[in-house]
Design a protein around this ligand. Structure first.
Ligand SMILES: Cc1cc2nc3c(=O)[nH]c(=O)nc-3n(C[C@H](O)[C@H](O)[C@H](O)COP(=O)(O)OP(=O)(O)OC[C@H]3O[C@@H](n4cnc5c(N)ncnc54)[C@H](O)[C@@H]3O)c2cc1C
Ligand code: FES
Length: 243
């Protein structure tokens, strides 16, 4: 892990209030799937944790939603500007020697694209089930397909794909895989953990240091032990952490 000024190569809107930023940085060479980077948005003291959506050679792709001041300022940055990155951080998804079902919700979808590419490169079959609120919020479907995944989309309002949750899409499409890697909002991770026992979920938490020092991102496991989302996670085995 290191702090480095990366060069923004691209920063553009790809779906509703959602941007893709590609940064030239040597951090890309150390990145593994499920890890994240703490991004320093100029003018904001606390870095923003954003997942690695892809890393190739010396380029990292981030896909992020503009939810507050920091990400809105990030969306205004232009190609050619520098941006301070700290990473790669966290314990990512396991690279297991088997087929996988990826279940993503909203901005939990980006780290699963990097994960899909790793599993496909290793010769495994990847099914991706992606859930969003509505058609305008759907992101990365084309990229998952281009990577070689079987892709199923669910939207809560039924404006695209299966109407309902990712769990509804899994049932509607008779998806039988049992090894699951998942990232998304807490209610979705709870539903995934209720249905599956084999696999991992990736959690979000408000972060300060991002490297295990401040205990600002702690969650509890079922024995009451404290775990840091930034260092022990963000990826945990299903059933490990109290959700
Ligand atoms: C490990 C990890 C990976 C993430 N990956 C992505 C991603 O790939 N794409 C994406 O769109 N979002 C991702 N997020 C969420 C993203 O970090 C927040 O949306 C972002 O920090 C919001 O910043 P803001 O200044 O716009 O919002 P504000 O609400 O103005 O932020 C105020 C403070 O709260 C923190 N904060 C607010 N929401 C969150 C949140 N959900 N999680 C953690 N900290 C938060 C901010 O970092 C900031 O310090 C990830 C979060 C974590 C923990
Ligand atoms: S953010 Fe400091 S320990 Fe996790």
């Amino acid at each position: 892990m290191r702090t480095e000024n990366g060069l923004i190569l691209e920063n553009q809107e790809i779906s509703y209030e959602t941007y893709r930023m590609i940064v030239k940085t040597s951090i890309a060479r150390e990145a593994s799937c499920g890890q994240f980077v703490q991004i320093q948005v100029p003018g904001y003291y606390l870095r923003r944790p954003i997942s690695i959506c892809n890393a190739e050679d010396d380029r990292i792709t981030f896909v992020y939603k503009t939810v507050g001041e920091g990400t809105k300022a990030m969306s205004q940055m232009k190609a050619g500007e520098e941006i301070s990155l700290f990473g790669p951080l966290g314990t990512g998804f396991p690279n297991e020697d088997r087929d996988v079902l990826l279940i993503g919700g909203g901005v939990g979808t980006p780290p699963l694209l990097f994960t899909a590419k790793k599993y496909i490169a290793a010769g495994h079959h990847v099914t991706a089930v992606l859930g969003f609120n509505d058609a305008k919020s759907v992101m990365l479907e084309k990229e998952f397909k281009e990577a070689g995944c079987d892709v199923y989309v669910a939207t809560m309002d039924g404006s695209y794909g299966t109407k309902g949750t990712v769990i509804d899409a899994i049932a509607a499409n008779n998806i039988k895989d049992t090894f699951v890697l998942s990232c998304g909002p807490l209610p979705m991770l709870k539903a995934v953990s209720a249905k599956y026992t084999d696999g991992c979920v990736s959690l979000e938490s408000r972060m300060a240091c991002g490297m295990g020092a401040c205990m600002g991102c702690v969650v509890k496991d079922h024995e009451g032990e404290s775990l840091r989302v930034c260092k022990d996670g963000p990826v945990f085995a299903i059933g490990k952490v109290v959700l």
